[in-house]
Write a protein that binds this ligand. Structure first.
Ligand code: UDP
Length: 486
């Protein structure tokens, strides 16, 4: 990533927290700087996860600007609060610090691209400071649709949610579980962010037309929310250019496997299976007889990961029994490299938005097993787009039900043998490739964004004035969580 050539002003990108946010922001930053837009990334350090820290340290330090946090009293929130959601909250409550930071930056900031999770706190600040602000919605258009209508859905939610006259139907069981609790911190943030979206100059989404055609059309027609800002669907964003200097053990192992023989199993950066489910999955993969590369996590935050041996997790003798055809790893793998490896034929995946988009770009079929958050909404797009299958009876995290080894083995075998699915996934890759090629729908969206940002740079240059910042107080205090949360 370079800082581009438009040095008279810059675009400030602000990912909030979590790898699922940082990864697409870095990809977007790359895409913009490749087209001559001068960019910087606002970061909050230390990061919550080691993976974020490692990704940030791979970027030129001159592109990173530290954003200060106002103190946040953690005792206001339940102890069980998700650390990433709490970090979002800390950033949101520090939005008033943005103008003074921006006033010190050179070149001056001509526009902002902020993460959806902090939108309702930062959009009013940007509007008051007269700085154009785009929101980057890092998930799919289906989640964007849910986010934008959710503030207007009667609560408590007790039923399915129909969007744009039924263009998108989200069953109650797929609604992200925290949203069913009106007192959850995530719910409050989600509602406020959804409501604030109309203040944005545009909403960027890492999806493409062939993946969510009806919904993207409904957004354009104003059928999701009237007067909604332009939805800029520019996915799949290009992957990082920098490959690790030496391949990891996982990739070296893949190098030794036959063509299109391996199922890659990874539940993403922050989803964890129970110990019992890990053992059933281990037994299921073994029973399936298929070759597999499996990344096992036992903690939501990688820094909390205990040095538990694989044998301790999966039982004595497991590694030896599967060594001819299975590799279990406990570390982060370079997924962008794994997904396009010639030995990989399928992806058992939690349906994180980035993982699904990366698989679509690679034309790799998915066996979806969503666990939490937006994963059930994303998983629905897997069969819908022909990218893969979703056995809907496989339990998510909240259900606490265990999917048995025999059932996993059977499904994995069927999935790996399914040639028709491999072909339809390859077809989706062709559509993804066409979308980002010159003149494709995503390429046009990226050009639209670049033109807008470049115009804003020019406007800035011609005006040659700095914004007049008024003093912003902290955002209105959100409800008092301590007394309302369980
Ligand atoms: N990822 C990776 N290696 C891993 C786990 C995840 O490179 O071992 C990357 C993955 O490619 C994706 C991001 O981390 O870009 C995870 O985002 P996603 O939306 O898929 O899932 P989440 O983190 O929300 O669970």
């Amino acid at each position: 990533m370079s800082s581009g050539n438009t040095k008279l002003s810059q675009v400030l990108l602000f990912p909030s927290s979590g790898m699922a946010h940082l990864v697409p922001f870095v990809r977007l930053a790359n895409a913009l700087s490749d087209r001559g837009i001068s960019i910087s990334l606002l970061t909050v350090r230390p990061t919550i996860t080691a993976a974020e820290s490692s990704l940030l340290s791979s970027l030129p330090s001159s592109l990173l600007i530290d954003f200060p946090l106002a103190p946040l009293d953690p005792s206001l929130f339940p102890e069980s609060s998700d650390p990433v959601t709490l970090r979002w909250e800390a950033i949101r409550r520090s939005a008033h610090l943005l103008p003074s930071l921006i006033s010190t930056l050179s070149p001056p900031v001509s526009s902002l691209i902020i993460d959806i999770t902090i939108a309702s706190a930062f959009l009013p600040v940007a509007v008051a400071a007269n700085i154009p602000c785009f929101v980057f919605f890092i998930s799919f258009a289906s989640m964007l649709a849910l986010c934008s209508v959710f503030p207007f859905v009667p609560r408590p939610i007790g039923t399915n949610i129909n969007i744009a006259g039924g263009v998108l139907k989200i069953p109650y069981s797929s609604i992200p579980p925290p949203l069913r609790d009106p007192n959850n911190l995530f719910t409050t943030q989600f509602i406020e962010n959804g409501r604030a979206l109309t203040l944005a100059n545009g909403v960027i989404v890492n999806t493409f037309l062939a993946l969510e055609p009806e919904l993207l059309a409904a957004f354009s027609a104003g059928e999701v929310v009237p007067e909604f800002p332009p939805v800029i669907a520019l996915g799949p964003l290009p992957l990082e250019k920098k490959q690790p200097s030496s391949p990891s053990p996982a990739v070296r192992w893949l190098d030794e496997q036959p063509e299109k023989s391996v199922i890659y199993v990874n539940f993403g950066s922050c989803s964890v299976l129970s110990m019992e489910q890990i053992r059933e999955l281990g037994a299921g993969l073994e029973m399936s007889g298929c070759r597999f590369l499996w990344v096992v996590k036992t903690a939501k935050v990688d820094r909390d990961e205990k040095a538990v041996e694989i044998e301790e997790l999966l039982g004595e003798g497991y590694v030896k029994r599967v060594e001819e055809r299975g590799l279990v790893v406990r570390k982060w793998v370079e997924q962008d490299v794994v997904l396009v490896h010639r030995a990989v034929a399928g992806f058992l995946c939690h349906s994180g938005a980035n993982s699904v988009m990366e698989a679509a770009a690679a034309g790799l079929k998915i066996l979806a097993w969503p666990r939490r958050a937006d994963q059930m909404v994303i998983a629905a797009s897997v069969p819908r787009s022909g990218l893969g299958i979703w056995p809907e009876n496989w339990a998510c995290e909240a259900e606490k039900r265990i999917v048995a080894a025999e059932e996993i083995a059977l499904k994995v075998r069927e999935f790996m043998a399914d040639e028709k699915l491999a072909k339809s996934a390859a077809k989706l890759r062709a559509a993804a490739t066409a979308a980002v090629q010159e003149g494709g729908t995503s390429d046009q969206s990226l050009r639209y964004l670049i033109t807008k940002l470049a115009q804003l740079c020019l406007k800035w240059r011609n005006q040659l004035v700095l914004p007049s910042f008024s003093t912003f107080g902290p955002p209105v205090d959100l409800c008092n969580f301590k007394s309302t949360q369980k």
